[in-house]
Design a protein around this ligand. Structure first.
Ligand SMILES: [Zn+2]
Length: 239
C-alpha cells in the first residue's frame, strides 16, 4: 500500500479525487493525496475530504505519514474502504506556505553564498518563518545586506527546478553535502532535489513556487542569539 504524493508531482494541484484504501479509527488512508502532511519545517496542509457527491464533508484535523501511506485524521466517521472522495486544500494557506518555504531557500542560499555559513535549523508559521545559522557576526549592516540580496533574487525571478537523483549521485554534490544530506534515512534511494537555479540546491520534500518572483518579497523582522555562535533570523513575506 502506497499513497501517490500529488503534492510532489505538482505543488499547484489543490484538489484531487482519490479512493479510500484503509481506515483506522478516525484516520483515512487514500491511494493519492494533494495534502502535504507536514515535515522539514513546513506546516501540514489544511482542507476537507468530501464524498457521496459532496454531501458529506469532513475537515482534516491532522495527517500522519507512516511508511509510504498518508493517513488523514478527520472530524467525522470515515467513509468505508473503496469510497471515492474529493480532497480539497485550503489553497490560500498552502500557497503562502509555498512562498514562505521558497523564501527560506533564498535566505539560506544567500547566506551560504555571501558568508559561507550553514543552516542549523528552521521552522515555518502561517505568518512568518525562522532559520538558525552558525554565524558569529551579525550586525545591522549585515542584516540589511542579506535582506537586500534576497529581494534582488526575488526580482531576478530565478526558476525553481524539482527533480530526483539516485542517492549515490546526490551524495557527490558538494551543495547537498553542506545541507547535511548524509542525515537522510538509508532506505531512501531517490533523493528529491529542489534547485533555485544559480542560488540554492537542497534535498527537500516540501512544496515550493515555480519562480522566485512569486515569493513577492521579504523582510527580516527579528534576530536573536541562540547559543554562542548560533543566530536566529525571522522573516516575513511582504505582500
Ligand atoms: Zn524546501
Amino acid at each position: 500500500m502506497k499513497t501517490k504524493l500529488l503534492y510532489h508531482q505538482n505543488s499547484y494541484t489543490y484538489e484531487c479525487t482519490a479512493k479510500v484504501v484503509a481506515v483506522e479509527g478516525d484516520e483515512v488512508a487514500l491511494d493519492a493525496t494533494v495534502f502535504f502532511p507536514g515535515g522539514g519545517g513546513q506546516m501540514a496542509d489544511q482542507g476537507t475530504i468530501s464524498w457521496d457527491n459532496m454531501q458529506v464533508q469532513a475537515n482534516i484535523i491532522t495527517m500522519n505519514k507512516r511508511d509510504d501511506v498518508v493517513w488523514h485524521m478527520i472530524d467525522c466517521t470515515p467513509p468505508p474502504v473503496g469510497t471515492q472522495v474529493v480532497g480539497t486544500i485550503d489553497w490560500d494557506f498552502r500557497y503562502r506556505m509555498m512562498r514562505t518555504h521558497t523564501a527560506l531557500h533564498l535566505l539560506c542560499g544567500t547566506i551560504w553564498k555571501e558568508f559561507g555559513v550553514q543552516v542549523t535549523g528552521g521552522q515555518m508559521y502561517p505568518d512568518r518563518a525562522r532559520m538558525d545559522f552558525a554565524m558569529e557576526n551579525l550586525n545591522k549592516e549585515r542584516i540589511a545586506y542579506i535582506e537586500e540580496k534576497i529581494n534582488e533574487a526575488v526580482e531576478a525571478d530565478y526558476p525553481i527546478r524539482i527533480y530526483t537523483l539516485p542517492r549515490e549521485k546526490a551524495f557527490e554534490i558538494p551543495d547537498l553535502i553542506r545541507t547535511r544530506i548524509n542525515l537522510l534515512p538509508p532506505e531512501i534511494e531517490d533523493v528529491r532535489i529542489v534547485e533555485i537555479v544559480g542560488l540554492d540546491l537542497q534535498a527537500d520534500g516540501g512544496t515550493h513556487v515555480r519562480h522566485t518572483k512569486e515569493v513577492g518579497g521579504i523582510k527580516i523582522t527579528k534576530t536573536e542569539n541562540k547559543g554562542k555562535i548560533n543566530k536566529r533570523l525571522e522573516i516575513m513575506l511582504t505582500d
